[in-house]
Design a protein around this ligand. Structure first.
Ligand code: PXP
Length: 254
């Protein structure tokens, strides 16, 4: 397994959250996307939620038109989102579960129970030339189910791990990181490209970068929060450096 450079996808949803708090057009999420790319992001991630609470249809269209790096379009598996994705033609679509009452994407997709429901969405996105990933819990069962659904990529939900780290729950954090390690290894074993995201900060990104099977991290909330204090470009550059350092350690220890 070659431990190549880890890609950073910057999620700009919460620039739109701040904009929408006031109405009007500022701050502009597309400006944030362009700045993040200039600072070293390898791609831009945006989630068009059913309730349009942050990113809106016209944001997605503008991001697609104006950025020079791949767009990862996060979406629920619904007919409306499928139609928009097929028209937008992003580089990738990440299928996520969506509940109107949640504040953020709280868990992974039910890829075991939802197998038959998800297959046609994955098929149609693939036929549209879009690389599909499934946002899943870090478990062997979920990896195997994702593979049987036919997605070439999985994104492991790192929320439970990051939450435990943030709360100082060391044992739980170790347990959750162990699940991510095992799931990443399984993904590689069955030929799936492995991404990860949710709740990552500089320290957790550095640590997870040491897992050589993971090729992409998608990070939003922390970076947009840091941008308030140090600016978006420095935050992206610092994240890039943390990821590169974590990966270097993995290569050195291999
Ligand atoms: N990956 C996926 C699939 C997500 O749904 C999210 C949250 O929107 C993220 C990554 C980024 O999470 P965070 O904003 O906590 O960095």
């Amino acid at each position: 397994m070659s431990a190549s450079r880890l890609r950073l996808g910057v999620n700009i949803d919460h620039v739109a959250t701040v904009r929408n708090a006031r109405g009007g057009g500022l701050p502009d999420p597309v400006r944030a996307a362009l700045l993040a790319i200039e600072a070293g992001a390898d791609g831009i991630t945006a989630h068009l939620r059913e309730d349009r609470r942050h990113i809106r249809d016209e944001d997605m269209a503008r991001i697609r038109r104006e950025i020079s790096k791949p767009l990862n379009f996060e979406m629920a598996a619904t007919d409306q989102m499928l139609d928009i994705a097929l028209r937008t033609k992003p580089h990738a679509s990440c299928l996520v579960p969506e509940k109107r009452t949640e504040r953020t994407t709280e868990g992974g997709l039910d890829v075991v129970g939802g197998h038959d429901y998800l297959v046609p969405y994955v098929d149609q996105l693939k036929r549209g030339g879009i690389r599909v990933s499934l946002f899943i819990e870090p478990s062997i069962d979920a990896i195997d189910a994702a593979r049987s659904i036919g997605a070439p990529v999985v994104e492991l939900h790192t929320g439970a791990w990051c939450h435990a780290v943030e709360n100082g729950e060391t044992e739980k954090a170790d347990h959750e990181f162990g699940r991510i390690r095992v799931a990443a290894a399984r993904a590689a074993q069955v030929g799936l490209e492995c991404h990860a995201g949710h709740g990552l900060d500089f320290a957790t990104a550095r640590k997870i970068a040491a897992l050589p099977q993971i090729v992409e991290l998608n990070i939003g909330h922390f970076l947009i929060g840091e941008a308030i204090f140090i600016g978006l470009a420095p935050a992206v550059r610092q994240m890039r450096a943390a990821m590169d350092e974590g990966r270097r350690q993995a290569v050195a220890g291999a």
